[in-house]
Design a protein. Structure first.
Length: 264
């Protein structure tokens, strides 16, 4: 069955998003970082943010690339057809049997190498290798986050969420990736939805700590003195909430540090 126009629009938007992710991954591998303006000497650019945070002009470039790619595919005589629904169902027994080995491959990447992690992610997406298992996505996503690759971690989390929308860990991972990529407000939207749900004390500590991280990032980035003070107070209170739940180390350090800044 050929794609309908609406489905083609969805496909084009998916390709557009992927174009930005590929560009971002390449830039970050070259040492570029987010900055309020593009400065080649410092390797900073305002476009190193999640796709949804791009302005319409930047998205238009990616969409044009995606549409031209689709036109080329069709002009070469290929047909674009919708995937069988079975592709998106729960993993087969064979896939589940491969899961422990796939997890082991993540654990075996020592020392951690972003090139090897990206190769593993590319391999996981190949037909027949795609492991539809939320814990596998979460493990790979966390490893990528630890390598300072939030945009790729976001892509891993989103892909896993497509299969298991209710998975708390993947949505927490998505929020963390958004926060680290500079999209603090988008991260807060994800976290607000999570905090309305029932969760274990440990999950609530992680979610609230991530929320504190978003306000700390906003505090670091803003130049407005009044807003800076507001974000500092909000970050302090968000970190204090998880500390009061289980007195864990990470929220304690952040609570104490932010309180010190507030008294300077």
């Amino acid at each position: 069955m050929s794609y309908e126009p609406k489905a083609l629009d969805t496909l084009a938007e998916t390709l557009s998003r992927n174009t930005h992710e590929v560009w971002s991954a390449r830039r970050m591998a070259e040492g570029w970082r987010f900055g309020p303006e593009r400065i080649d000497e410092l390797k900073t650019t305002p476009n190193l943010v999640a796709y949804d945070e791009l302005d319409d002009t930047e998205k238009a470039y990616d969409r044009a690339t995606a549409l031209e790619t689709l036109r080329l595919i069709v002009s070469l005589g290929f047909r674009i057809v919708e995937p069988d629904a079975q592709t998106y169902k729960a993993a087969s027994k064979e896939e589940k049997a491969r899961l422990p080995a796939w997890r082991q491959r993540i654990d075996d990447i020592q020392p951690l190498s972003i090139e090897r992690l990206l190769d593993l992610w590319a391999d996981a997406k190949l037909p027949g290798n795609f492991v539809n298992e939320p814990d596998a996505f979460a493990r790979l996503g966390k490893t990528l986050q630890s390598q300072d690759k939030p945009l790729i971690g976001i892509h891993v989390a989103i892909t896993g969420i497509k299969f298991t929308p209710e998975h708390h860990g993947l949505r927490d991972l998505l929020a963390l990736g958004l926060a680290r990529s500079g999209a603090a407000r988008n991260a807060q939207d994800v976290l607000d939805a999570l905090l309305l749900e029932d969760m274990t004390p440990h999950m609530r500590v992680e979610t609230l700590s991530c929320y504190g991280r978003t306000y700390k990032d906003l505090w670091n980035r803003t130049q407005d003195v009044r807003r800076k003070h507001e974000y500092l107070e909000l970050a302090f209170h968000k970190y204090r909430e998880p500390y009061e739940i289980d007195r864990s180390y990470y929220p304690a350090i952040n609570t104490a540090t932010l309180r010190c800044y507030a008294t300077i």
